[in-house]
Design a binder for this molecule. Sequence first.
Ligand SMILES: *Cc1c(COP(=O)(O)O)cnc(C)c1O
Length: 377
Amino acid sequence: MGFSTDAIHAGQTPDKATNAVIPPIYMTYTYAQEEFGGNQEYHYGRSQNMTRNILEQNIAVLEDGKYALAFSSGVAAIHSLTGILKSGDHVIVSDNVYGGTYRLFDKSLSQFGITFSWIDFDDLLSVEKAITLQTKILFIETPTNPLLNLIDINRVSELAHKHNLLCVVDNTFMTPFFQKPLNLGADVVIHSSTKYLNGHSDVIGGLVVMNDKVVFDKIKFVQNSIGAIPSPFDCWLVLRSIKTLAVRMKQHNKNALQIAKILSSNKNIKKIIYPGLETHPQHELAKEQMTGFGGIITIELNDFEKTKSFLNKLKIFTLAESLGGVESLVNHSATMTHASLSNEGRLKIGITDSLIRISVGIEDVEDLIQDLNQALK
Ligand SMILES: *Cc1c(COP(=O)(O)O)cnc(C)c1O
């Protein structure tokens, strides 16, 4: 089936009880047991919920995976994935990941004897050098946030498999509409469904997708034992949103490409980063592993004063955390999403005080361009 057909239908046959076309929100945490000692599928809401299971089946199909699990947030999904590790295990992480992922690994999980190496995945030799007998996972995010560097998923997967490791890809920025890491060799895909998948800035959620039954069983066990599950209502909202994922992503991409091209010639901008521009150093890789370039543009202005004034003058673009919603947002990485990194750590990967991440929404592009232009003056 085509992507939109799957997005609208996968996992969603009419409800058995009533033939309802839209999956009901199963707001129940307990289920009547048909007989004493029986072995029925549904018995307690943390372990099983029909609305959640439908969402899991839906995202599994969209990512071309066999299994998926839903969580209460993107970081809960990442945390639950790492629940398959034990004290002493080692993970190699791309050095520019979502700030919350950094905080989870560096501040929380490191207290439990799991160690992390932060490596630039442009240099696969240094990644290979960092592999030890304790290494279990290569964890990457591509494109990276907010610098939009790309990592070659195919090559990282090959390296992972050569050393018997899992290749995990955070696919939040692209969604399966533009990038399918499992088809490029990855073992596990992570999503913050808070972003494009839900797309309406009203749900926090996370998803994990994979093909391997052993990995699935382990993470399913963690889902139940840690219990970071999403509510049935949140699952229903994400399912509803995914039905329009294709049309939203096409529009995000179209608007962002047009804005990126126009901003490229604006002399008040020191630097513009967008994978869809030919000036992006990895534009060729972008065309190879993605079928679109997404809705995130990162710009650098000339100094901090101009950055502040630009952010204050915008009218349609809202200054806010997060990205991937239908409305356009701007984010000052150094003080907002990446505040959990040290000054030094930020500068090392290129997050200056004048860097702004733009999440291009699906409003009329003429209005967005006009707003950016007036604020840049
Ligand atoms: C937001 C985000 C996360 C974390 O997701 P939450 O739903 O906020 O917990 C993880 N990875 C990426 C790339 C993100 O943008």
